[in-house]
Design a protein around this ligand. Structure first.
Ligand code: NAD
Length: 359
């Protein structure tokens, strides 16, 4: 079985789907071909891949093609029926892209569709990349803030710690809380899923009660709030936000526009110099003033709308992603050949282009 690792072509995408460390761990009967320079932006040279046992060449004809970002139409033209493709295929939002793969007869495995069940945790690429994003969001907040995060007692007097609010305490939010705490900030957090309170408190943060409680789907995700609940949440937040120096927002509902939580009026109620880091920028933003992909200043408040934070830490982001993808390959390759067990919930739900003929 030949596995191909492509070089990413999306602007600013520095990650690679498989790192040299993982090449040798794929097991018997799997050979790897890596596109020239595929790992360069993440810090992995072609020589490192060849030393790990891979060859450098054309990955697009391989039995399984590994990518980070969904392929462009031109890239899909290089694929053929029966191949496996593993990538972030955006199955809930890029209907056309998924359809293109289905029409081609490619087995498209979307990393977003891996069920969030215990058995699939080693495959959970959304979690591994959200961990990177949450960590980086806290660092960006600390960097942009014209104040210290920790309390400092100096000969020139005492500096109080920064107050950080994290909204949305899923995987990224919890990592942002932990990182901001390690840097010495006093952290509060809010999520609509009631189960999160305990997790927030176990990290040494305070759960901020905004008086709104939502419900959880079977998969552990938040249900979208009603319009009345959303209004109540925005109003309560607007009344409390001026207490905070930095706000990190990570609230998301899979496949939907991100909930709008921080209004322009709320931002303008914050002290000049304050910072908002909006991790939901790509799906519309949790902050009304967020500009996706940009960092702006409005009313003295810096609003960071970076859309791909994992790519800004490509070495470890790729290393984690690579282990997730290797675990997924472990489920669909047996003794060196493709073996798709549609009775396996993880295989069935992750393959988003399955057709009648493929069953
Ligand atoms: P996500 O990125 O979809 O959402 C981020 C957070 O935003 C979630 O915690 C959600 O509750 C919150 N949110 C949504 N609307 C909000 C609002 N209006 N106000 C405030 N917060 C709001 O979620 P995620 O981080 O990918 O994962 C969510 C949950 O899935 C996890 O916390 C966990 O319970 C579950 N999960 C399970 C596994 C597993 O068992 N394998 C792995 C990862 C995650």
């Amino acid at each position: 079985m030949l596995v191909g690792v492509t070089k990413e072509t999306a602007p600013d995408e520095a990650r690679v789907a498989l790192v040299p460390e993982t090449v040798g761990r794929l097991g018997e009967g799997i050979e790897v071909v890596v596109e020239p320079g595929a790992g360069a932006a993440a810090g992995f040279s072609d020589e490192q891949y060849t030393a790990a046992g891979a060859t450098v060449g054309d990955p697009w004809a391989a039995d399984a093609v590994l990518k980070v970002v969904a392929p462009t139409a031109a890239e899909v033209d290089r694929l053929h029926a029966g191949q496996v493709l593993i990538a972030f295929l955006q199955p809930l939002t890029d209907v056309e892209g998924v359809e293109r793969l289905r029409a081609k007869g490619v087995h498209g495995f979307a990393l977003e569709s891996i069920p969030r069940i215990s058995r699939a945790q080693p495959l959970d690429a959304l979690s591994s990349q959200a961990t990177v994003a949450g960590y980086k969001a806290a660092l960006i907040a600390a960097d942009r803030l014209p104040r210290f995060f920790p309390m400092l007692m100096t000969a020139a007097g005492t500096i109080p710690p920064a107050k950080v609010l994290v909204i949305g305490a899923g995987v990224a939010g919890l990592q942002a809380i932990a990182t901001a705490r390690r840097l010495g900030a006093v952290v509060s957090a809010f999520d609509v899923r009631p189960a999160v309170k305990e997790q927030v408190e176990s990290l040494g943060a305070t759960f901020l009660d905004l008086g709104v409680t939502g419900t959880e789907t079977e998969g552990g995700y938040a249900q979208e709030l009603t319009p009345e609940q959303q209004d109540a949440q925005r109003a309560e937040l607007q009344a409390r936000i001026h207490d905070f120096d930095a706000v990190i927002t990570t609230a998301a509902i899979p496949g939907r526009r991100a909930p709008l939580l921080v209004t322009a009026a709320a931002v303008h109620g914050m002290r000049a110099g304050s910072v908002v880091v909006d991790l939901a920028a790509e799906s519309g933003g949790n902050c009304e003033l967020t500009v996706a992909g940009e960092e702006i200043v409005s009313g003295g408040v810096t609003i960071v709308g970076e859309t791909n934070l994992p790519a800004t830490m490509p070495t470890h982001a790729s290393q984690l992603l690579s282990r997730n993808i290797a675990a997924l390959l472990g489920l669909i390759v047996k003794d060196g050949s493709l073996s798709l067990d549609w009775d396996d919930e993880v295989v069935a739900k992750t393959c988003v282009t399955r057709t009648e003929e493929q069953t």
